[in-house]
Design a protein around this ligand. Sequence first.
Ligand code: C2E
Ligand code: MG
Ligand code: MG
Length: 388
Amino acid sequence: MHDPGLSLDEVKGALRRDELLFYFQPKVSFINGDITGAEALLRWRHGNALLRPGVFLPVAERSGYIATITSVMFPYLLNEMDVIRRESGKVSMAFNVSAQDLLSDGLARQMDQALNDRLFGGGELELEITETTAVSHEEGISRNVQALVDKGIRFSMDDYGTGYSSLETLDHLPFSALKIDQGFVARMFESAKSATLIKTSIAMAQMLGLNTVIEGVETEQAHAALLHCGGVEGQGYWLSPPLPRDEFIALKRSRRRWSASPVGMLRMAQLGHVWQHKMLMDAAYAFLHHLHGDESTLKAMHMDVSQCVLGSWYYGPGQAFAGYREFDRLERPHRLMHVLCGALCESLKTEAGYATVSTIIDQLTLHSVEVFDSLQRLETRVLLEELH
Ligand code: C2E
Ligand code: MG
Ligand code: MG
């Protein structure tokens, strides 16, 4: 990145003179094509030039001054959100913070205060963490992150797949979304491996119950190639570059829609369903072999019909397909699976014997195949409709 040799003193001066501001880049749904939110990106109005964070943030991060920038810019962002909300309706806003910002509880306290003062609602704000240093395992960070999550603030792992944005961090902190790094998208047409890494990362996120945002959607071709991959949202120059506030408001008010497809969502529903069936088999196996399984593992698998992975999709966003024969047909076998799941738990608990257990598992699998069959046919039908 071009480095004009800015010093920390200059950055401090910029903050003092109110020369820092935000641009807003829309996030767009792959499923319905609507703007779902925005990411606030820091800019420095430096004379006639508009400087990007790569030029001035590294020096602030190295010196620890980033925490001051964050604490000054957060209230500024709340003001901007207020204007956007008044002019164009609610927006889900993403704010970038570094893990360093969460080492002490300053930011968490500031957010807590703003929530108490009703300056924003918990669901309106998402924090994106990119790690430039390996600090996520610090006790203080987990505590601060958890406290904010408890208040409804969501966390995304930014630049997933690069640097310190690792599986270890993912394991450690309660993220609700992964932002897949733009480098994978940039390479996906040259490298089949990069394309596969995007798809498998999305599948992994699905298993973990996380949303995925794909960064760096720079061309129509990339957008079209990514539409069916199961990611929830995209972000990138082709969808829209980062915009000054008023241009973002105008875009939001225009109700512009980009092309979209529910096929990715259907693929993820299939994947989630198959995975859940495997997890159930694992739990039963572990229980029968007196491995690590106990009653609570089985109970966890035997949840309400609208709460399992498939159920929360079926009775939630999946309802967009109500009326499609293939969709309506999967409700019955899915309900039967839950009934059988209850019977399985009971028979394992009472040590009913192999014959009973195996009959139940057999029937469960038959219904699971029926559900999968309907989902697969629904996907094919929607895909064919799109091709038409
Ligand atoms: P990020 O959070 O990963 O933000 C995405 C970056 O990708 C932005 O760069 C955005 O302008 C750029 N981008 C968007 N669409 C495309 C595309 O289609 N192709 C390519 N090649 N790039 C695209 P930007 O604005 O220069 O920000 C760079 C980084 O600076 C951000 O990366 C974020 O890590 C950091 N940053 C930005 N604002 C803040 C802030 O307020 N606080 C902190 N701590 N970091 C910030
Ligand atoms: Mg970001
Ligand atoms: Mg990023």
